[in-house]
Write a protein that binds this ligand. Structure first.
Ligand code: 4AD
Ligand code: MG
Length: 434
């Protein structure tokens, strides 16, 4: 038997003259004079392999290899400044290999047709770009759990099949559920989290949410990952504090652990270094004024779309809290400000560099009569929300929470043009394959 070295271990620890066994996939291959150079890719990185013609038993195999063929080789480490990482492995034995068919994606065509790359997504996830994004995504999820668990939040799991809208009926996905017609995929775990605070006080969940988004945009998926938290006894400013700490923690961890991946993506990390609490707190009214000055045709009471958010965020180089939205642009469960009842105690966190909304949250209504009044005002039926109203009848307390779109956070941290590149197998209005 033999010990397998990863490419990373070879580059970090192997000394010239060491014999190593490596395994992985052919990332690049080129012939030069009497040698074949293969860049071998594994889960950790790449190492250059050299197959010499005067060893026909290995050279002839190398000659047959395609891009993405798999192989296990034994060889001797040499220093080579021109190789990535400054080392290469001169192959003495091929222990195992699988040639397979010619790989259908070629690097020069790669950028040309993004629809094609989505069709072959099951293969494109092997690319350096997707490799880098997926590793950053891994660290983002890890950091989210780390943050909540270290701050006394309990992790909970909520149902995916639900029977009422949280964020409005227009984006509900109906599900064929036996003979019923009132079952949907969840848009948000929020109402279940609100129930759970009466048991655990501070709760969070990281789970998929679903929205039947009718348009294809750069920042909407039909299935996205949602990190949501809810806190008993909390107010709007508590939500803002938790959101900015959470985002700062995630960005810090990615900067500490994923610099190589950020550099593969060409990310300007100085922009991420600026992310530190406190984030500027911008009242909705100020944002409207700023937009009017920029020539936007908006007035108090309007919702802000992607274009307005992008324009607004040109004024800031860190994320901001945009708070105090009018009642009519926020879902019914938002608590109205007792000092100024036409607005809600709501907040969106907007990311800089034009990315816009990544978090929505705020205070919830704790009074049962007020809740029923707003449900009716929004044209909804109180009976659909009977259990949600029930929560206000037994030991109701002020509480608040938020939902973070994890894919949007990954998109911004990675500096991607499109949210679907933040996800291994994206779903949108046209695409449910692969
Ligand atoms: O602003 P939203 O709709 O808020 C809620 O769902 C609340 N119930 C959350 C809560 O308070 N517990 O969604 C929250 C975040 C958005 O800011 C956005 O980042 C993300 O979820 N999001 C989407 N991400 C990708 N594709 C979509 N279609 C998204 N819709 C929302
Ligand atoms: Mg929102």
């Amino acid at each position: 038997m033999y010990t397998i070295w990863t490419t990373k271990q070879v580059l970090q620890f192997a000394k010239p003259g060491d014999e190593v066994v490596l395994r992985g996939w052919v990332y690049r291959k080129r012939e030069f004079r009497d040698k074949i150079f293969v860049l071998l890719r594994d889960g950790e990185g790449v190492v250059q392999l050299v197959f010499a013609k005067d060893r026909p038993e290995v050279y002839d195999i190398a000659a047959k290899l395609n891009i993405e063929s798999s192989i296990i080789v034994k060889g001797v480490v040499k220093e080579e400044q021109r190789a990535p990482g400054g080392k290469e492995v001169h192959v003495s034995d091929v222990i195992w290999f699988f040639v397979g068919e010619p790989f259908p994606i070629n690097p020069s065509a790669a950028q040309a047709d993004s629809e094609y790359l989505l069709d072959v997504r099951h293969l494109w996830i092997r690319s350096r770009k997707m490799w880098a994004v997926l590793r950053i995504r891994h660290t983002v999820f890890e950091a989210i759990h780390e943050y909540f668990r270290s701050r006394g939040f309990y992790e909970v799991q909520c149902p995916i099949f639900v029977s009422a809208a949280v964020e409005g009926g227009a984006t509900l996905f109906p599900v064929k559920y036996f003979d019923r017609e009132d079952v949907y995929l969840t848009q948000s775990a929020q109402f279940y989290l609100e129930a759970l605070i009466y048991s655990l006080e501070k709760v969070y969940t990281v789970a998929p949410s679903f929205r039947a988004e009718p348009s294809r945009t750069r920042r909407h998926l039909t299935e996205f990952w949602h990190a949501e938290a809810e806190m008993a006894w909390a107010r709007l400013h508590d939500v803002m504090n938790v959101c900015e700490e959470l985002i700062t923690h995630v960005v810090r961890k990615v900067l500490d652990e994923r610099l190589e991946e950020l550099s593969i993506l060409g990310r300007d990390t100085e922009k991420l270094e600026r992310v530190k609490p406190p984030f500027p707190r911008v009242l909705y009214d100020e944002a409207i004024e700023m937009l009017q000055k920029m020539g936007f045709n908006v007035k108090w009471g309007d919702d802000l779309g992607a274009d307005e958010e992008r324009a607004l965020m040109q004024k800031f180089d860190t994320p901001i809290h945009l708070y105090g939205f009018p009642e009519e642009v926020k879902a019914f469960y938002h608590k109205n400000d007792p000092q100024d009842p036409k607005r809600t105690l709501s907040v969106d966190v907007l990311a800089p560099e034009g990315y816009g909304e990544i978090i929505g949250g705020g205070e919830r209504i704790e009074d049962p009569d007020e809740l029923v009044r707003k449900i009716k005002k929004f044209g909804l039926r109180p009976e659909d929300y009977y259990w949600y109203i029930d929560l206000r009848k037994y030991g109701s307390v002020p509480h608040a929470g938020f939902g973070l779109g994890v894919d949007r956070l990954v998109m911004w941290i990675c500096g991607l043009d499109h949210i679907r590149d933040a996800v291994p197998f994206p779903r949108d209005i046209r695409r449910v394959k692969p």
